[in-house]
Design a protein. Structure first.
Length: 350
């Protein structure tokens, strides 16, 4: 029985160098191949034109490159581009390119399906099949960077982890992907241009602070009242707001980085004065900004967009205590370009 080949991108540069030395070649060959895999985004060993044919054959015999394939691409009338990304095992995730006048943002997925059960989110209705590997996350970004150059004549400027999945439930792979995205051997992007959005896992938020990450943090909050939040996001019963608050205070003490709260206002759920007052109180714990997000209903159920009057009540109350608040309008409505957790939101300003 033939052994399954390992994805070569699971190897570090040092491991690649060791592989070549162990097989009678020079260590520098590992550097060459590593460059092809990451900064040049090679899809196959045959792409590695400055590597000897015999060496390419040896790599083919020992490894695979589990590269993604953009199965279908839809372009909205507002310029938003949605990719249906097919993985090596046939599973599909989505990534979205969101343009503005001054930049392009990639909204990428971290899991196939989602580990959580947010009632308002289309992705949560999909069973989590598996975590994405670092290379699969990286490939989404690389594909959108190419689309940005093709359609908008400039490289990708920002990345948000707001696609399918809960990034902190795939923490190690997300961190490895970000390390490569920000490495000069990868895409060389600044971590300040990357935002990871979580539904709020206190233990991992603290770990991120301890790991001294340099990217930005967003939290899908949606209510600062435990009972209401549990109605919106049932899993949050395991992560009460007092624990989330403590984790965010820890995050800010360690990183001095503001938190962004993603917040959808729904009719009859969190559009009352008590909900506004609770959010105002929660925003006083750590320096933050709030993005109020226009919601595109996924069905005719209980989650429906609140009135403009309700949105204005939030804006006025938050601005009264000096919190920067922005309203994010939907993008790509004509192609249903959903960004996982938050459904069709405009890109975060990082």
């Amino acid at each position: 029985m033939q052994m399954e080949k390992k994805d070569i991108r699971a190897l570090s540069k040092e491991q690649l160098r060791d592989f070549f030395v162990e097989n009678g070649d020079k260590a520098f060959r590992g550097n060459q191949v590593y460059e092809w895999l990451w900064s040049k985004g090679a899809h196959s060993f045959e792409d590695m034109t400055n590597v000897a044919k015999a060496t390419r054959s040896m790599l083919e015999n020992n490894f695979v490159i589990n590269h993604i394939k953009v199965d279908t691409m839809q372009k909205s009338s507002d310029g938003t581009v949605k990719n249906a990304v097919r993985l090596h095992d046939g599973l599909v995730v989505e990534s979205v390119l969101i343009p503005t006048e001054t930049r392009t943002t990639a909204c990428v997925s971290s899991q196939v399906g989602c580990s959580l059960d947010c009632n308002f989110c289309a992705t949560a209705r999909l069973k989590r099949m598996r975590n994405l590997e670092p290379g699969e996350i990286y490939d989404q970004v690389l594909a959108i960077d190419k689309e940005s150059r093709l359609y908008y004549n400039h490289p990708l400027s920002n990345i948000v982890f707001m696609g399918m999945g809960e990034p902190l439930m795939n923490y190690n792979n997300v961190i490895k992907a970000i390390d490569m995205i920000t490495s000069e051997e990868g895409l060389g992007m600044s971590p300040k241009r990357i935002m990871v959005s979580t539904s709020g896992i206190p233990k991992i938020i603290k770990k991120m602070a301890d790991d001294d990450v340099k990217f930005k943090l967003a939290v899908s909050l949606h209510s600062a009242i435990d009972e209401t939040r549990a109605r919106i996001m049932p899993f949050s019963k395991n992560f009460p707001l007092k624990d989330l608050r403590e984790a965010l205070e820890y995050w800010y003490r360690k990183t001095k980085s503001k938190v962004s709260y993603e917040y959808v206002v729904w009719k009859g759920i969190n559009d009352d004065k008590a909900s506004v007052d609770a959010l105002v109180k929660f925003c006083k714990y750590v320096p933050c900004k709030v993005n109020l997000i226009e919601y595109n209903p996924i069905d005719d159920g209980e989650f429906q967009q609140a009135s403009e009057e309700s949105i204005m009540a939030y804006i006025k109350a938050l601005e009264n205590i000096g919190v920067v608040v922005k309203v994010r309008r939907s993008r790509g409505k004509d192609i249903d370009a959903a960004c996982g957790q938050l459904a069709n939101k405009e890109a975060e300003t990082i």
